[in-house]
Unconditional design. Sequence first.
Length: 233
Amino acid sequence: MPGGPGLSARTTIIRLGSGGLLVASPPPVEVGGLEHLDRLGVIEEVLVPNSFHYLNTREFMARYPSACLRLAPGLHRRVPGLPPGDELTDQLPLSWRGAVEHAILGPVRGLSEVALFHRPSATLVLTDLAFHVVTFEGRLDRAFWKLAGIPSGFGPSRTARLLLLRDRNVAAAFLERVLAWSFQRVVVAHGEPLESHAADVFRRAFAPHLASSGAAQRGDGAGRPASEAGRGS
C-alpha cells in the first residue's frame, strides 16, 4: 500500500471434478513460482471473485490462455480493459458441478463478490467479505490496518460493511444462503483460515446483517446461489 503498510493476499486453488484446477484470485506472474502451480495440474478455470481482486488477471491469462476466465458480475463495466471472460450468473458452470457451488452478493452499486463452497472439503471461500488477520508484520502495520477498519478476529471490514453489505435485504439473503451450506472451515483472501466452529463464528460475525427468516427468504435474484443445481451431484 502507499506509504509501506503490507497485507497478505491469498490465491485459492480448487480441484474440479475433471481433475483440472480452478484458480480464484489469480496471483502475480512477475514474482515467479508458478511452476509449483503447474505441477498440481491443468488450470482449466480462473475466477476473479470480486470487484477488487483483478489486478493480476491480464498477465495470468496471458500465461494460461486456454483457461476459461469467469468474472464477478459488473466487473467488465467497472474495469473495461480486462481480458474477455464470462460474468457469473446464478447458473452453475457445468465444469464446477460435483465440486464447487457458488453464491453472488450484488452487484450493489456496481460492486459484487462471489462466495465459493468446496463441497468435498466443506470449505467456504471468501475474498473481501471477511478478514481474519491474526498477525501483522509490525506495530505500524497493525495500527494502520486497525484504523483502516480491519476487524480483530474474523469478520467483515469497514469497507465490506459500507460497500458490499450496504443493501441490507440483499446482504441478508446472501448470508442466509451461505449459512445453508454445511461448511466446516473458511478460507479468506486476507488472513488465516478459520478452522474451528466456522459456521458459528461466521453467524456471530455477520449477525448485524442477518434479517429475520421471512426477510431472508424473499427470493431476490441478488444473493441467490447459482449452485443449487450442483447440490448432490
